[in-house]
Design a protein around this ligand. Structure first.
Ligand code: ADP
Ligand code: GLC
Length: 478
């Protein structure tokens, strides 16, 4: 049994902006089932406080004096399905409308990292391993050794750092090292934490953790190259012996078409007919023409460059020239949202764009669609394609990162595969594969159905990957 402490910036069921929340909300459950003890630390965002604070227990409160930060922290606790969640409350830093994107993000997450580490002492809780996620918590391994390391209880903690997305690095002005983190400026001047004319939280995590993981084996290889390395490839190559790629799973209880209460009709791999009702229902809900035999293509995504949305936008006329309907659920960059809105006007009843974040609608889209588009420029793992497969919706992906590792390309003769894929990041190749998928849907229905069954039978649970994480923890503790 290992005592593992997750520290992250988001987690289901409390708060989510992307796949990180899916991972932090479901991997601890699986580790728990395997006999480990897991605790999760999160910031108490406004949305979390509004919904959960009344049901939480206040555990402790203390003052924090680090650099120029002189303030307090209150730690709350909430047990969800056997996993203990601790929340760091600070009105000034976290009681805000959104999660990130504020000018003082560096200060907010420096504070959060200190608050978590200091709380160990007040809660008398010292884990064997701290597992930090993404740039927000990248400083934790450094702080543990350089700031709290005089205390044996901190010194013996081992660190795992998971990169969910190397593109978001947490790069800030160098003086923050002293003012917000309380660390010596020497760590900047000697080059250790120096990056992009300042300091980098991501680089800190990579350098100081005992083991670094990323969310798929392919991405673990890709980030060692300049194409995907986001200027961090040299640091990553230096840590290569300790870098492991472990593919994400999903919460197969929360995402289960057999029990999903949000669906128009539940269905399973043995009773696929129920999926048609979901198609008709989602067409009705979103204002598409209701037709059970039309090829229904979906996208559920953050609208950013990473996700390849612009490939779809630039090729929309050709795509809509195919015999299909398209529904897009997403939020993100303003220009992408307005272009998609314009397309909706242009292709009324055949193309629809729902701008915003809507968890329940996402369930109904995954259930009603025949195909899910994910033409990502890069994809550390991807959660959407895993959910799609579980719902018998074939993913169409670009062969990159976790998409390459989780989706097996279709063979329409042998009926093998769980989706469709293309290699080069351009709209010609995307359009070409979309034509093949459309052809398969109408002209090769037996093959298409087989692929759906293959997809639904694919193991997208955490079982295997949780074992791999457990192995990583063990190796750290050797
Ligand atoms: P990323 O974390 O890069 O955004 P992932 O595929 O790992 O990509 O995870 C995205 C998660 O967020 C999935 O669970 C997906 O269903 C969900 N999601 C993305 N956009 C929306 C949205 N607009 N509304 C509801 N859920 C969304
Ligand atoms: C990041 C990545 C995504 C991954 C998710 C969870 O948001 O963009 O590919 O699935 O983290 O690990």
């Amino acid at each position: 049994m290992t005592r593992i402490c997750f520290v992250a910036s988001e987690s289901l069921p409390f708060i989510k902006s992307g796949g990180l929340a899916d991972v932090v909300g479901s991997l601890p459950q699986e580790l728990l089932k395997k006999g480990h003890e897991v605790r999760v630390f999160l910031p108490m965002y406004q949305k979390v406080a509004l919904k959960y604070r009344e049901q939480m227990e206040r555990k402790t409160g203390f003052q924090i004096h680090v650099g120029t930060i002189h303030t307090y922290a209150t730690i709350f606790e909430y047990v969800h399905q056997g996993v203990t969640f601790n929340f760091v409350e600070h009105a000034g830093y976290f009681e805000r409308e959104g999660l990130y994107g504020y000018p003082d993000d560096g200060e907010r997450f420096s504070y959060f990292s200190h608050a978590v580490l200091m709380s160990f002492g007040f809660l008398n809780y010292f884990p064997d391993v701290v597992h930090s996620h993404d740039w927000h918590t990248g400083m934790i391994p450094v702080l543990c050794s350089q700031y709290y390391g005089h205390d044996e209880r901190y010194k013996r903690i081992r660190h795992v750092y998971t990169i969910h997305n190397l593109a978001y690095q947490g790069n800030f002005p160098g003086d923050m090292l002293q003012s917000c983190l309380g660390l010596p400026m020497a760590l900047l001047h000697d080059g250790t934490l120096h990056f992009n004319d300042g300091i980098s939280f991501m680089k800190a995590g990579i350098l100081y953790a005992n083991k670094i993981t990323t969310v798929s084996p392919s991405y673990a290889q890709e980030i060692l190259t300049p194409q995907y390395g986001e200027k961090m490839e040299d640091v990553l190559r230096f840590r290569r012996p300790d870098l492991v790629g472990i593919v994400n799973g999903i919460d197969v209880d929360a995402w289960d078409p057999q029990t999903d209460e949000t669906l128009a009709e539940k269905y399973s791999v043995k009773k696929l007919t129920g999926k048609v009702k979901n198609k008709l229902a989602v067409q009705k809900e979103l204002g598409l023409r209701e037709a059970k035999d039309v090829f229904l293509v979906a996208m559920v995504s953050r609208l950013t460059w990473q996700k390849g949305v612009h490939l779809i936008i630039e090729r929309m006329a050709d795509i809509m020239g195919l015999d299909l309907q398209l529904m897009v659920l997403g939020s993100g960059e303003h220009h992408m949202e307005s272009q998609l809105k314009y397309m909706e006007e242009k292709y009324r009843q055949r193309m629809v764009f729902y701008g915003g974040y809507n968890e329940e609608l996402a369930h109904r889209i995954y259930a009603g669609a025949d195909l899910l588009l994910m033409p990502s420029l890069f994809e550390p793992c991807g959660i959407s394609q895993l959910i799609a497969m579980r719902y018998g919706t074939l993913p169409l992906v670009r062969e990159t990162g976790g998409l390459k590792d989780t989706v097996t390309p279709a063979n329409l003769e042998t009926f093998d595969g769980t989706g469709f894929s293309f290699a080069q990041f351009n709209s010609d190749d995307l359009y070409h594969v979309l034509r093949i998928a459309t052809f398969a849907y109408y002209q090769k229905p037996a093959a298409f159905k087989h692929l759906m069954i293959n997809a639904m039978n694919r193991d997208v649970s955490w079982k295997k990957s949780a074992d791999e994480y457990a192995k990583v923890y063990e190796e750290c503790l050797k």
